[in-house]
Write a protein that binds this ligand. Structure first.
Ligand code: CA
Length: 229
């Protein structure tokens, strides 16, 4: 089913490569490996892969540099696969244009789900008209939000915020990226206004705002909305 989808892994750990290759081959992806950052860049240019799995610790140039160079000329989806679990690193990678971040060790299903999400977002050029998950439905055309059949009223900003997350469901959006999109490039650095709006949204759409079902917090990084069904 995924026979033509080509994934490039840029990863110097041979065992990790073998593991990822076996995992993705089972799902019918075609996998090519690059063991250094430079090789990864040149294979990206020559093979035009559909998606890249990028390690951060590489023997020649680090993954951040690879990503930065890549984003100068390519929109290929990039998922960082790294042992580093630091928030700063994740935020930095996402702000440099990575699509997602998976921490090693990872569950096989987690990696393949993130790959499907990144590929899906790359293909849908037109924004979708509706978001539906569990009991929540957003009709972007009519700007209507229904929860279990009941209409929910949001302020202008709350609506913009929720639809931005819903249009990117399944992906993590950093606080910076959200602030820029909603409040513009000169938005204040602090996220207080974002947190306040998010708390209001959660009070309106979540049964238990402390244990959200729709908008998840990625601590220190940003928010991720439940993948639409
Ligand atoms: Ca490495």
């Amino acid at each position: 089913m995924n026979a033509k989808i080509h994934i490039l892994t840029i990863e110097d750990d041979k065992n990790m490569c073998a593991y990822i290759t076996a995992l993705l081959s089972k799902d019918n992806y075609r996998v090519t490996n690059a063991a250094t950052g430079r090789e990864g860049l040149s294979l990206t240019a020559s093979l035009c892969p559909d998606l890249i799995l990028l390690d951060l610790g590489l023997p020649d140039i680090d993954g951040f540099q690879v990503l930065q160079q890549l984003r100068g000329w390519s929109h290929v989806p990039v998922i960082i696969v790294s042992a580093c679990d630091e928030e700063q690193q994740k935020v930095h990678a996402l702000d440099l244009g990575a699509d997602d971040y998976v921490t090693k060790p990872f569950y096989p299903n987690e990696l393949t789900a993130r790959i499907r999400t990144a590929l899906r977002h790359n293909r849908t050029t037109a924004p979708s008209e509706t978001y539906r998950a569990l009991e929540l439905e957003i009709d972007f055309d009519r700007r209507m939000i229904n929860l279990a059949g009941r209409q929910i009223h949001l302020t202008q900003i709350e609506y913009q915020l929720l639809s931005l997350l819903a249009q990117n469901s399944g992906r993590v959006l950093t606080y910076n990226a959200i602030m820029r999109q909603i409040w513009g490039p000169y938005a204040e650095k602090n996220n207080q206004i974002l947190r306040v709006n998010m708390a209001n949204i959660r009070r309106k759409i979540e049964r238990n705002p402390a244990d959200p079902q729709y908008v998840f917090t990625e601590v220190g990084i940003g928010y991720r909305m439940r993948e639409k069904e």
